[in-house]
Structures are given as C-alpha cells and as structure tokens.
Design a protein around this ligand. Structure first.
Ligand SMILES: [Zn+2]
Ligand SMILES: [Zn+2]
Length: 191
C-alpha cells in the first residue's frame, strides 16, 4: 500500500447507521495508518434486490459501488445493513474483488441479535472492522490466509469471525505494505 498513493472511501448503502460507519472509519484509520473518508451520499441498494431470495445481490452492489473510471487509486468499501448473497451461497458477510476498485461488507449476519444472541454494539463494531479489513485485503490482492487469527482467514459464521483479530498477520501485512499488528490491536480481544 505504501508504494503507490491510494484513497479509501466508505459509502453508506441503504439505511446503515452513520455512527457505525464513523466508528469503522476510526478503526480502519488506526489499523491501516491511512486516512479513510466517508462519502457524503448514500447508495440505494434496491437495484440489487432479488425478490425470490429476499436478499441483495452482492455482485450488483459491487457494480454500483465502482469508483469513477480512471480513478484507479481509489478503493471504495460499501457498508450495508441489508442481507447480501452470491448465487452459490445462502449468505455472505462481504465481497471484494481481487482486481476491482470496490468491495461491500454487510452488518446483517454479523449482528448478534440475528444469530440468537442479545444485541452487543461493541462486538458488532469489532466484527465489522474484521470483515471490512478482510474485503479490503481482497481489494489489495490478498487471498485467504491459513493463519487462524489473521483477518484474511475465511469465516463461515459470526462465531468464526470472533476467532480472528482486527489485523493482518505479518505475511499478509507485508504483502500489502502495512505495519503488522499495530499497537492496540493485539491478539484476542477486547470486549
Ligand atoms: Zn474472503
Ligand atoms: Zn494472513
């Protein structure tokens, strides 16, 4: 990341609370040591709605989130509260293309209250930070990582997200040129 200039924009998709995205902005800035901006406009996810599944197509959302052509240095992460899917999966936490400028992450399946647990806002913030980092890692060309605590480990459930850190392992961090495990984001954490 350090080698070429890049910008990271967060975009609210649908009715996601601004306070949650502001908290994600602060967490990502601390983890990545890089400024993160929030776009002023919200994206309407309704073109991605699939009536048969009553979910939103993540590929369609990625198309809607693409930065303007020519802005190759811009990475854009959509943050949404709607339930997103890919045709081969019942649901996903997020999607980031290995080559594209856009990724999306959803709070829906990360919410404890959607998994049979009481609401827990702190837990939700940390899960979101981890899955946002995961999708950003894909945007920067990282694939899934075998290190269990690395943000690039793949997670099939919210409980598996809890096993990860909001950080890249040294190997992944080196590949994208950020400092591994910044102060305050050490293993096995803080709620
Ligand atoms: Zn992944
Ligand atoms: Zn890793």
């Amino acid at each position: 990341m350090a080698a070429t200039p890049w910008a990271l924009e967060l975009m609210l998709v649908g009715a996601v609370p601004l306070a949650v995205v502001r908290r994600l902005q602060a967490n990502l800035q601390e983890i990545l040591h890089h400024p993160v901006s929030i776009m002023p406009e919200r994206l309407d996810p309704s073109p991605a709605f699939n009536p048969a599944r009553r979910q939103y197509d993540a590929m369609t959302l990625l198309g809607l989130l693409q930065p303007l052509p020519g802005k190759h240095q811009v990475r854009r992460l959509g943050v949404t509260d709607v339930d997103i899917f890919l045709p081969v999966f019942t649901h996903i936490f997020g999607l980031g293309s290995l080559s594209g400028g856009a990724a999306v992450v959803s709070l829906f399946r990360l919410r404890p209250e959607n998994n049979g647990y009481p609401p827990n806002q702190e837990l939700l913030h940390w899960r979101l930070a981890k899955e946002a980092l995961h999708e950003l890692g894909h945007l920067f060309g990282l694939r899934h990582c075998p290190v269990p605590w690395c943000a690039m480990a793949s997670s099939r459930s919210a409980e598996e997200v809890d096993l990860k850190d909001a950080a890249f392992c040294p190997t992944c961090a080196e590949q994208i040129g950020i400092v591994p495990l910044p102060k305050g984001f050490t293993a096995h954490k803080p709620w």
